[in-house]
Design a protein. Sequence first.
Length: 149
Amino acid sequence: MPVTSYFKKAVQEKNVNRVRIMMKNSLVRDPSFEEFDEMSREAEKVFGSSTLYDRHDGEIFSTDKSDWNKTYMNNQLVDLMSNFSRERIKHLKAVCSFIYADEIRNLKQSQMATGEHKPRREKNNNSFGWIMIALAIIVLIIFIITKHF
């Protein structure tokens, strides 16, 4: 799945926070994580991995899948913006795969039937997209404020 022109522009402008937000959002939007992986490759070419990714903050993630629900996932997505580490991303991919397992299975079956090959979770309504954008903006504001104080 090709990255969007908006993402390419953010990379060209070297806007690491915007790039991270777009990458974070793709974790929920694309259950195959192909979009995220492609975004990561593109961004690393410009930023390098040491700028794009943070050193992990040491948080020990829950491995108890009974804890893995949408609230837990959303909390990890928020935490990702203050610690954009490969470890947290790997954990989030596992959590998202677990939470959306049925949906992923249905997408794969549908793709096999129609010959499509790029899974992408469609939003049930536009309000989800706006909620994610608002959440990303709030997280970015908190991140900027805490960096300055």
